[in-house]
Design a protein around this ligand. Structure first.
Ligand code: C2E
Ligand code: CA
Ligand code: CA
Ligand code: CA
Length: 280
């Protein structure tokens, strides 16, 4: 702090730069939003390629701000992580995801797991993560096999020994784990083999041009072959066209997720989809 006059405040903000000022503003807005519980889950269905059935869903955070409306995670996840707000935010998302999923189970609408994204920092504070997950599952009387956690390949590989250990502790509880954004994080295959995960999610960047770029097609095929060899389910993210779907079906990709089937939906709309299109 550099004095109290308005002119010194101006200097202060100039020194910090506009970007830092924005980050600070965002941090304050996030703190208030967390207090008001403005973070909710949207849901995107995951479809079994072979049958076309909904076999799962991913919970994706949305900030519903009274002033600014719906804000997607790209605008705030990094700031939340940087300022240690990600745990509280994730807890709100996890609670919302479990509340809806449990409701759909109880109504007999769907008995499929919901996947929640977990940041690298949370995997690092594993004790806190496990306590939060245990508490939320207990609060909603939610069977652990209906929860899946997604960990990005790059955060898994930044501290693999810790990540393997946390995945093992989750698996022991009956919670399955998936490696997200696969193909972007430089896995060592010998390390990957040691992760007790159930699923790989092929990153959207490879799916994007899978029908037009022979290199991407080859990479996707190799990832599917590898997943099969390791006995993992494989999900392609970001499927937008029927051609991509046909290709992925042809090369034996187990599941697909993308705008072609559905955009991420608010809980009410997901529920309506279950009513008109029953899952397995
Ligand atoms: P992600 O985990 O890879 O999630 C998939 C993203 O791809 C979502 O963006 C989804 O809306 C988008 N997507 C799905 N299908 C398609 C498609 O066919 N085409 C295109 N162009 N996009 C598609 P979203 O919801 O904006 O989330 C962005 C990222 O923010 C997520 O990427 C994830 O890394 C992070 N994120 C989202 N929710 C959470 C959360 O609750 N916790 C944490 N830690 N991170 C989250
Ligand atoms: Ca994800
Ligand atoms: Ca992803
Ligand atoms: Ca390419």
């Amino acid at each position: 702090k550099k004095g109290n006059g308005p002119s010194s405040f101006l200097i202060f903000t100039e020194e910090m730069g506009a970007k830092a000022q924005q980050t600070l503003t965002m941090q304050h807005r996030l703190r208030r939003a967390l207090e008001n519980e403005e973070f909710v889950s949207y849901f995107q269905p995951q479809i079994e390629t072979r049958s076309g059935r909904i076999v799962g869903m991913e919970a994706l955070v949305r900030w519903i701000s009274p002033e600014h409306g719906l804000i997607p995670p790209g605008a705030f996840i990094d700031v939340a992580e940087e300022f240690g707000l990600i745990d509280t935010m994730c807890e709100q998302v996890l609670r919302d995801a479990c509340r809806w999923n449990k409701r759909w189970q109880d109504l007999g609408l769907a008995h499929v797991p919901v996947a929640v994204n977990i940041s690298g920092r949370q995997f690092h504070n594993s004790r806190q993560l496990l306590t939060m997950v245990d508490t939320v599952l207990r609060d909603f009387d939610m069977p652990p096999q209906y929860l899946e956690l997604e960990l990005t390949e790059s955060s898994a590989m930044s501290d693999p020994e810790n990540a393997i250990n946390v995945v093992r502790l989750l698996t022991e509880r009956g919670i399955s784990c998936a490696i997200d954004d696969f193909g972007t994080g430089y896995s060592s295959l010998s390390v990957l083999k040691r992760f007790p995960i159930g699923k790989l999610k092929i990153d959207r960047s490879f799916v994007n041009e899978v029908t037009t770029d022979p290199g991407d097609a080859a990479i996707v095929c190799a990832m599917i072959a590898m997943a099969n060899a390791l006995d993992l389910k494989v999900v392609a993210e970001g499927v937008e066209t029927q051609d991509q779907l046909n290709f992925l079906h042809g090369v034996g990709c187990d599941q697909i997720q993308g705008f072609l089937m559905s955009r991420p939906l608010p809980g009410e709309a997901m529920e309506a989809m279950f009513q008109t299109r029953p899952p397995m």
